[in-house]
Design a protein around this ligand. Structure first.
Ligand SMILES: Cc1ncc(COP(=O)(O)O)c(C=O)c1O
Length: 148
């Protein structure tokens, strides 16, 4: 039995008419960059997510990179991430000039294990002088989020 990792055809079939109509509208408008369809998508995504704004980008990798840049990640920074992901996660970090640092996951949730993250940060801060210490620690809200 062949079980595909991702069944895009099944996803497409479930919303085929909606996708075909949207693509047809873009082709007919001739606006392949931004345009009314992207604007409508951004407004619908923002409403769905309950946020003020959403921005359409070309790929998931671009979205990750822009989010990192918006957080102020710059060359020379280290970004803690999960090893249980697609390569784009680390790629987006390196595209900002930063270095991905992997902290292992919790085998039950598959997310970064809060305990391992805490141990990593404690080990790291004990190796650094108090002056540089604050620069390398994650913001407290990121840790709090992980503990939820
Ligand atoms: C977890 C994860 N992040 C990012 C990406 C990158 O998305 P894209 O291929 O649109 O750049 C993927 C793609 O499969 C992904 O699985």
């Amino acid at each position: 039995m062949n079980i595909p990792l991702v069944d895009l055809k099944a996803q497409y079939d479930s919303i085929k008419d909606e996708i075909d109509n949207a693509i047809q509208k873009v082709i007919e408008s001739g606006q392949f960059i931004l345009g009314p369809e992207v604007k409508a998508f951004e407004e619908e995504a923002a409403a769905y997510l309950g946020v003020g704004y959403a921005i359409g980008v070309a790929s998931g990798t671009d979205a990750l990179q822009l989010a990192l840049l918006a957080c102020g990640i710059k060359p020379g920074d280290e970004v803690i991430t999960t090893p249980f992901t697609f390569i784009a996660t680390a790629e987006a970090i390196t595209r900002c000039g930063a270095t991905p640092v992997f902290v292992d996951i919790d085998p039950k949730t598959y997310n970064i294990a809060p305990q391992k993250l805490q141990e990593f940060l404690e080990k790291k801060s004990s190796r650094q002088s108090p002056i540089t210490n604050h620069q390398s620690l994650v913001k407290p809200y990121a840790l709090l989020t992980l503990h939820r």
